[in-house]
Design a protein. Sequence first.
Length: 173
Amino acid sequence: MVISGAASAESLDILQPSNLSHEMVLEMEEGYGLLKSGFAMANISDEQMAFLTKEWYNSVLARIRINAFRIELAVGSYEDLLSSAAACIEAEAAVGNAVYMLPSLYNHDCDPNAHIVWIDNADAQLKALCDVEEDEELRICYIDASMDHDARQSFLLQGFGFKCNCLRCLSGD
Ligand SMILES: C[S@@+](CC[C@H](N)C(=O)[O-])C[C@H]1O[C@@H](n2cnc3c(N)ncnc32)[C@H](O)[C@@H]1O
């Protein structure tokens, strides 16, 4: 997992954290315990690790959980990005996960007008999927939009912690 560019840990604060279920908090507490004991075994002093409080750790993970992108490299050209991206998913070509500050601000839509793509390297690029009006919000799709309404809603609620209010979901499609 990388936080792209020269972003400082504090700059994560501007990102929205996900709503954490009780299970997620328990999972994080376990991870925090393991991390602390790993540092203790490596003889890293408490003083050096003073920043690593449970609250700090949980708040960083809560932000990473909802804002991280799964990078799928589309090797090739812009010509046929969608089939290239589909081929990538099929080939399980994910090369990692990363948080990008600006792309983290894009909301989700089950019928998106934009798409994040990676061409040859891990620089996130935004590609419009249709003509976009001047004041229109750019919205990307966080999940597989081919799922039906109930599956999408449940996936977004369980995985991302929100009830989708996009036009497609509101129309019941
Ligand atoms: C990655 S952030 C997107 C940017 C965020 N709106 C902000 O202001 O920083 C994801 C969060 O935005 C909100 N969100 C994004 N898409 C949404 C949608 N289709 N319906 C409802 N809430 C959505 C949810 O609160 C979700 O947890």
